[in-house]
Write a protein that binds this ligand. Structure first.
Ligand code: EPU
Length: 302
C-alpha cells in the first residue's frame, strides 16, 4: 500500500520537477541523531513548489510534515509515513539598508545571526546559539536570554493549501512563549525581520558573550534535541529536574545531561524508544515528587 502510494506520488513529484528522495533516514536530519526513515523527503526551492507539494499530497491523501534543522524534534524509530518537506533549500537572505532582513525559512539561524551582526544590524545576537532553521525558530517562537524572535518579525510568508501564498503581517500573528499561531495548514517559507543599526564590534562582542555563557550552561556539541520541557510558570524545568537529583539518570543509552537537566543526551548509540521512555519516567517523577505536570517543548513525530 505504502509502496504503491509512494511510487505514484514519486511519479507526480518527478513530473512537477520537485527534488525528493524516498525512504531517507531522518536520523541524518535531527540534532538528536535518531529517527527512522521518511517515506518521501522533498526539498522545495520556492513557495510555488511548496504549493505543488501541498496539492499533490492532498490528491493522494498523504500526510505532510515540515522539517527545518531538526533541532527541536524527536522522530520515532520506525519513521514517518507521507511527505516530509525539508525547507533547507529555501535559504535566500537579503539585508536592506533600513535594517529589514528578508530570509527564507530554511536559513540556518545561527548563520543568519552572524551575517546580520557582521552587517551591523542588532537584534538577533542573543539567539546565536539556537541551532534551528529560521522557519523552526519562528514557528516555535524560539528564544534565549529574554529574547524571542517574534519581537523582530515584520511579516511572515507562508504557503497554504487553501489560499496559496499568504503574507501575514505581524499584527495577525500571535507569538507566545515557545509557540506561535501558525497552524498545520501553513508552511512558513520566509519572513521579514526588522533590526536596528549598531557597531559591528559591539554586536559581535555581545554575541560571543552569549555563546560563551551557553557553552558553560548547556551541553553543546553533543547529540540532543535542546530543552525537553517548557518551563512551568515561574520556575525552570532544568532546575526542577536537577533538584530531584536526575542529572545522569538514564534509560538505556539515553541520559539526562550532567550540564543542564532539561536536556537528554546520548553518544550516538541510543534509540528514540529509550529517549521517549526517559521523558515519560522523568515526567512521572516530577508529577509524583513536585506535583507539577511538565509540558513537552520538543516536538515528537510518531
Ligand atoms: N538550573 C539548574 N540546574 C540545571 C539547569 C538549570 O540549577 O540543570 C538553574 C540555572 O542555574 C538557572 C535556572 O535554573 O538559575 C534557569 O536555567 P537557565 O538559565 O539555563 O534557563 P532555562 O530556563 O533552563 C531557558 C530556555 C533555553 C534557553 C535558556 C537561556 C526553556 C525551556 N529553556 O532555559 O532554551 O537557552 O533559557 O535563555 O525555555 C530550548 O528552548 O531548547 C532552550 C534550551
Amino acid at each position: 500500500m505504502r509502496e504503491s502510494r509512494s511510487a505514484e506520488l514519486s511519479r507526480d513529484l518527478v513530473s512537477a520537477g520537485i527534488c525528493f528522495e524516498r525512504e531517507v533516514p531522518l536520523s541524518r536530519f535531527t540534532t538528536l541523531g535518531l529517527g527512522g526513515p521518511a517515506e518521501i523527503l522533498a526539498r522545495p526551492r520556492s513557495v510555488d513548489e511548496v504549493q505543488t507539494i501541498f496539492e499533490l499530497t492532498s490528491n493522494h491523501d498523504v500526510p505532510i510534515k515540515v522539517l527545518g534543522a531538526g533541532s527541536n524534534l524527536i522522530v520515532n524509530d520506525s519513521g514517518v509515513a507521507g511527505v516530509v518537506v525539508h525547507t533547507a533549500s529555501l535559504d535566500s537572505v537579503s539585508i536592506r539598508e533600513d535594517g529589514i532582513v528578508q530570509a527564507g525559512a530554511g536559513c540556518n539561524f545561527p548563520a543568519l545571526v552572524r551575517r546580520t551582526a557582521s552587517a551591523g544590524w542588532r537584534g538577533l545576537e542573543s539567539g546565536v546559539g539556537i541551532p534551528g532553521s529560521l522557519g523552526g525558530v519562528l514557528t516555535m517562537n524560539a528564544g534565549a536570554y529574554k529574547f524571542s524572535v517574534g519581537v523582530h518579525v515584520e511579516e511572515v510568508v507562508a504557503a497554504s493549501l487553501t489560499s496559496g501564498k499568504v503574507i501575514l503581517p505581524k499584527t495577525s500573528i500571535n507569538f507566545r512563549y515557545r509557540s506561535s499561531s501558525f497552524g498545520p495548514e501553513l508552511v512558513v517559507v520566509g519572513a521579514k525581520l526588522s533590526l536596528v543599526a549598531d557597531s559591528v564590534a559591539d554586536i559581535r562582542a555581545d554575541m560571543e558573550e552569549y555563546m560563551r555563557f551557553r557553552k558553560q550552561t548547556q551541553p553543546v556539541g553533543v547529540k540532543s534535541a535542546g530543552c525537553i520541557f517548557k518551563n512551568p510558570e515561574g520556575s525552570s524545568a532544568g532546575k526542577l529536574l536537577d533538584d530531584l537529583g536526575l542529572k545522569g539518570f538514564s534509560i538505556g543509552k539515553a541520559r539526562i545531561s550532567e550540564v543542564h537537566a532539561n536536556f537528554i543526551v546520548h553518544e550516538g548509540d541510543s534509540s528514540t524508544d529509550e529517549v521517549l521512555a526517559l521523558i515519560e519516567a522523568v515526567r512521572e517523577k516530577v508529577q509524583v515528587s513536585a506535583h507539577i505536570e511538565l509540558e513537552q517543548e520538543v516536538m515528537t513525530w510518531h
